[in-house]
Design a protein around this ligand. Structure first.
Ligand code: G1P
Length: 301
């Protein structure tokens, strides 16, 4: 059992980041010195994925270019003797990785985006990574931790995180039968419930290892929460026939779909950057910070 294929839904409009995302994809927003999508791809590669399937939309060509060979740039860097930068550019993807780009013509929801990958996924188990959720793994990347669980139990795996009651309505939420510390069997899953209706406070973060059975189900899945075809609804249906595990990951997740989470990711990853982390820490320490104000909930809407 191996996960060779990873799917990245990248067709979203990124309206929360306008005007930054007017002409360039939100997945290309940099966190320190790499675009969000590169973190997601590296995480998939760390778990052994070799076939990277991007479900794209209009105005997403920059993602394709980012993972393509850039002959002119490479020639220019070579001519100027900038071998360090040349290496950085050439190592974005290892030689054994291949990219497949599929257009999602209409933004009908995450479930629909995943279903668009059908032809590329075929009959294999596969990973799904949402680039908005940037996860800094503790001992291993989140997907690597999930791969180990998948290989041990031979079942689908979803990464989960405990969230505060006021955040629950933003997530898919699981009901779990505990197996061991940090691992449980999913007995129910619901998309964006209210805090009162939610079966627990364990929220799904954007990492899944799924079977192709979910793709069959998605073909007949009606729009759900928010009028969108939800991956969560297809997983709920799949539960009737197969085991799905929920894994609490070791590490920290940054919700880079929100401005605050994106800023936090930038600050924290900059602080641990080998080249200038210490300098940046000194800079932050010397900043005259304004008095704390009561937190605004504008971002959590
Ligand atoms: C999606 C999923 C949701 C999950 C979330 C994680 O929601 O539908 O189940 O909890 O990603 O980020 P979205 O953020 O696209 O509304």
């Amino acid at each position: 059992m191996r996960i060779r294929k990873a799917l990245f839904p990248v067709a979203g409009l990124g309206t929360r980041f306008l005007p930054a995302t007017k002409a360039s994809p939100k997945e290309m927003l940099p966190v320190v010195d790499k675009p969000l999508i590169q973190y997601a791809v590296q995480e998939a590669l760390s778990a052994g994925a070799e076939e990277l399937i991007f479900i794209t939309g209009r105005s997403k060509n920059a993602i394709m270019d980012h993972f393509d060979k850039a002959y002119e740039l490479e020639a220019e860097l070579e001519a100027r003797g900038k071998s360090d930068m040349l290496k950085v550019v050439q190592e974005i993807l290892p030689p054994h990785a291949t990219c497949i780009f599929i257009r999602q013509a209409e933004a009908l929801g995450l479930g629909h985006a995943v279903a668009c990958g059908r032809a590329a996924i075929g009959n294999e188990d596969f990973a799904v990574i949402l680039a908005d959720d940037l996860i800094k793994g503790e001992s291993a990347t989140c997907m690597e931790q999930m791969r180990r669980v998948y290989e041990e139990f031979g079942a689908s795996v979803i990464a989960v995180q405990e969230v505060a009651p006021e955040e629950i309505h933003r997530y898919g939420v699981v009901e779990i039968k505990p197996i061991s510390e940090g691992l449980g069997e999913v007995t129910g899953i619901v998309e964006k419930p209210s805090a009162e209706e939610a079966p627990s406070n364990w929220a799904v973060v954007g990492r899944y290892i799924l079977t192709p059975h979910v793709l069959d189900i998605l073909e007949a899945t009606d729009p759900g929460a928010g009028g969108e075809i939800q991956l969560t609804d297809a997983i709920a249906e799949a539960l009737k026939q197969q085991t799905v595990l929920a894994m609490r990951f070791d590490g920290k997740r940054y919700d880079c779909g929100s401005k605050l989470g994106y800023l936090q990711a930038n600050v924290e990853l900059a602080l641990s950057h080998p080249e200038f982390g210490a300098q940046f820490a000194n800079y932050l320490r010397d900043l005259p910070l304004p008095e704390p104000e009561p937190e605004s909930s504008a971002e959590s809407a």
